[in-house]
Design a protein around this ligand. Structure first.
Ligand code: AMP
Ligand code: MG
Length: 340
């Protein structure tokens, strides 16, 4: 069975062809990231306009590169949310049109569940046992799920303020490092001291919720107390490289400690021994390394999404769409989007 996946929830326009929910035949992704760079974050209007501009072109490239034709599709799977309203609409309208034109079934897919399914497109897929704790760490979300099956992952906790990717991006902006902040902070943190500066982790009422905005403010105050002037876009801030490295390492550490600690706590509370991690921040090697060490001590197994499938992509949507279809899910042309 060939599934066409469509993902346009944020700044990546991605189309993918997958065979039987497992084998990626071809994937075409275009990101509008470079247009958002000067604003230090995704601008929704720019993102939706770029989806419109490239989606038809990517569709053509997909067939050229895969050697298949649209007639070979048996199912269309599309992200319905959460995400940006205008962006989601482009993907869902496109999916409806293809499904109608080719007279094939349509399945709406939750983007966050898709990030967890990405782990099942990796080499370790056969080792993963249900139920597991799913951690989604991306630019827009930080969520913990209890996953008995992919039909209804149960949300255990999420961020009360910034998402973990968002907070990395925002701190990078304060330090005038560039966008997106996650990979830049990872690189600078490698030569910094993770214990160099103490930033307090934030406690939440539900221990499985997250909160990161306090740590972001702590970085801001740390700089202000040392006499660094921070304007709204910090265009002029000049912090010595050594100090930047220590801030990046210490700040990244406290964010990752919270992700790991809460995931392992969720395992304990739900009595499961497996964690599955997906989303853009899951690319981070420090996060992976720390997670494996802490989980091993608790006899918990951790599986990460393959690095090339951590960022938004349509293969995870096509793959999960196939699973949902097998469970009997079908959607009509009244399929709606949801922004959260
Ligand atoms: P997504 O929302 O899943 O598309 O992921 C985008 C987010 O992932 C952004 O907030 C990035 O800063 C973050 N990100 C990308 N690469 C890394 C990395 N190497 N380390 C930490 N965060 C990253
Ligand atoms: Mg993205």
């Amino acid at each position: 069975m060939n599934i066409l996946g469509i993902e346009t929830s944020c700044d990546e326009t991605s189309l993918s062809l997958i065979k039987d929910g497992e084998k990626i035949l071809n994937q075409q992704t275009s990101s509008s990231l470079r247009y958002h760079r000067k604003y230090g974050g995704v601008v929704p209007e720019i993102a939706s306009r770029m989806h419109l501009e490239v989606i038809g072109f990517l569709f053509e490239v997909l067939w050229k590169q895969s050697g298949l034709t649209p007639k070979d599709i048996n199912l269309v799977a599309v992200t319905t949310g959460p995400g940006l309203l205008g962006s989601l609409l482009v993907g869902v309208c496109f999916a409806k049109a293809i499904s109608y034109a080719l007279d094939v079934s349509l399945v709406g897919v939750n983007h966050l569940h898709g990030h967890l399914y990405a782990v099942f497109l990796g080499e370790e897929r056969k080792k993963i046992k249900f139920p597991f704790i799913g951690l989604v760490v991306s630019g827009g979300h930080t969520c913990l799920f209890y996953v008995r099956d992919f039909l209804e992952p149960y949300l255990l906790g999420s961020t009360l303020d910034d998402a973990c990717g968002e907070v990395l991006d925002k701190v990078a902006r304060v330090l005038n490092l560039g966008y997106p902040g996650g990979p830049i902070i990872e690189r600078l943190a490698r030569k910094g001291n993770p214990k160099g500066i103490h930033f307090n982790p934030i406690k939440t009422k539900n221990p499985l919720d997250f909160s990161f905005s306090g740590v972001k403010t702590a970085v801001l105050y740390y700089l202000k107390q040392r006499g660094y002037k921070i304007d709204s876009l910090s265009k002029s801030i000049k912090v010595p490289l050594g100090l930047i490295r220590d801030i990046c390492a210490s700040f990244q550490e406290v964010v990752f400690d919270s992700l790991i600690e809460k995931s392992l706590l969720a395992c304990k509370l739900k009595k499961v021994d497996t964690v599955v991690v997906g989303g853009g921040v899951a690319i981070n090697n420090r996060l992976r390394e720390k997670f494996f060490i802490s989980a091993k001590k608790e006899k918990i197994k951790v599986y990460f999404s393959p690095p090339q499938l951590c960022l938004d992509n349509a293969s995870m949507i096509a793959g999960l769409g196939y699973i949902l279809f097998k469970f009997g899910k079908r959607d009509s042309f009244t399929l709606k989007i949801h922004t959260d």
